[in-house]
Ligand binder design. Structure first.
Ligand SMILES: NC(=O)c1ccc[n+]([C@@H]2O[C@H](COP(=O)([O-])OP(=O)(O)OC[C@H]3O[C@@H](n4cnc5c(N)ncnc54)[C@H](O)[C@@H]3O)[C@@H](O)[C@H]2O)c1
Ligand SMILES: O=P(O)(O)OC[C@@H](O)[C@@H](O)[C@H](O)[C@H](O)CO
Length: 383
């Protein structure tokens, strides 16, 4: 039987990736640090997935197990498994890299030369390649040839809106939208590519990663930050506000103009992609908190992430960017005392001022015209 270890039994882990693997007949062991999730999954071996959208139904995922990712027994699983996937959050990949390196070392010491593919399913451009770099920091260099020969680090783009479930009756229940898309880089596998319905292959991954991250996630984050400024609690409330919807759509069109120029996407098809995403944001069956979408603002202000990378593209190609600039300014207005990154952002803003904080987090030049434009928009939004 094909086995997989999935790091991160959270929303997307249970609601999308783990479900796809289990539905494909793969035995999935979730590795997580949440004791309630680990205990429930390892005792029940199944959980409900509420699919809500044009259709509403509940599927039951079966044949799963779980382990605390800090337990030494996990190394034995890594030494023998066929597939590893992750959905822990980009900031956590560094933390699981040591465990992966130790498990891989045990695999190689055992002489296990069966191919193993590792796929990070994170909102991060080439997150698996980043994870490989972190693993190499902990792997004994003598095993580098085996790693290169037998272990594929496969980058992916993953798309399904999965907020925390509103089903309070079951801690394992997860509520997902109907839409889903998981695209992986077929050039990076070792051995045969596993046949997993719902896992799409491409040799042009960057186009799909950037299309998703810099359309859906760009629109999502601006919806969240403009919605927070307007006093809304959920994405649904915010996108129902005509003024916010118009600004979000315009920002997605600005980032879309960059994508069309960079990847040659068809204009009409990309416009339809934007409209579909706006409809997904408005899904009346999903309750998606602004604080979930707006979480970790420092990560999302990074130069390779959903706000700044599209902005840099508009500067490169000379494309309008007024709405992206407003979204970036709104990021600096975001407050959430329960989000350490939001707290840090506000502290740095208060002590160093907008332009210095902007330069620190985004890499933009504090003395640039664009920094001035963002500061002007920030002052207008924050007063
Ligand atoms: N939820 C979505 O709509 C969605 C959609 C696409 C992509 N993503 C991406 O998927 C990833 C996970 O997002 P999520 O919404 O599922 O988050 P989540 O918080 O629901 O799940 C993350 C899980 O990782 C676990 N975890 C934390 N540290 C760990 C460790 N050291 N070892 C093992 N598990 C650990 C947490 O306990 C949690 O269960 C992120 O990169 C996110 O950007 C999320
Ligand atoms: O998961 P994050 O924190 O990178 O971004 C929050 C949401 O925008 C994200 O989870 C979306 O729901 C998801 O990317 C949809 O595919």
């Amino acid at each position: 039987m094909t086995t997989a270890i999935h790091f991160g039994a959270g929303n997307i882990g249970r609601g999308f990736i783990g479900k796809l693997l289990a539905d494909a007949g793969i035995h999935v062991t979730f590795a997580d640090v949440n004791p309630q999730l680990v205990e429930a999954l390892s005792s029940r071996h199944s959980y409900p997935v509420h699919i809500v959208g044009q259709e509403v139904r509940t599927d039951t995922v079966t044949g799963v197990d779980a382990i605390d990712s800090r337990r030494p027994e996990l190394l034995e699983l890594i030494a023998n498994t066929d597939l590893i996937t992750t959905a822990v959050g980009p900031t956590v990949l560094t933390l699981i890299a040591r465990t992966l390196a130790e498990g891989l070392q045990r695999r190689f010491e055992r002489g296990n030369t069966a191919p193993l593919n590792i796929i990070a399913c994170e909102n991060q451009v080439r997150g698996t390649t980043f994870l490989k770099g972190e693993v190499l920091k902990h792997l004994d260099a003598r095993y580098l040839p085996e790693l290169e020969q037998f272990v594929g680090f496969v980058d992916s783009a993953v798309d399904r809106i999965v907020p925390p479930s509103t089903d309070q009756s079951d801690p394992l229940a997860v509520t997902v939208e109907t839409f889903s898309e998981w695209i992986v880089d077929q050039t990076q596998f070792r051995g045969p590519v596993p046949a997993i319905p719902g896992m799409e292959l491409t040799d042009n991954l960057m186009a799909f990663v950037e299309r998703k991250l810099f359309t859906l996630n760009t629109g999502h984050i601006i919806t969240a930050y403009l919605g927070a400024l307007a006093g809304y609690r959920t994405i649904g409330e915010a996108i129902a506000d005509p003024a916010i919807r118009a600004q979000v759509k315009a920002a997605m069109q600005e980032s879309g103009a960059v994508l069309i120029r960079r990847y040659g996407f068809d204009q009409a098809q990309h416009q339809a992609y934007i409209e579909k995403i706006l409809g997904r944001f408005a899904n009346p069956h999903l309750v998606d908190e602004i604080d979930r979408v707006g979480r970790q603002p420092i990560r999302k202000l990074g130069p390779e992430d959903r706000l700044i990378k599209p902005l840099l593209g508009t500067l490169e190609y000379g494309i309008d960017n007024a709405n992206l600039l407003k979204g970036i300014a709104a990021a600096f207005c975001y407050r959430n005392d329960d989000d350490p990154q939001a707290v840090e952002l506000q502290q740095r803003l208060a002590t160093e001022g907008l332009k210095t904080a902007l330069a620190h987090y985004t890499g933009l030049d504090a003395g640039s015209v664009v920094a001035e434009q963002i500061e002007q928009r920030y002052l207008a939004l924050s007063h």
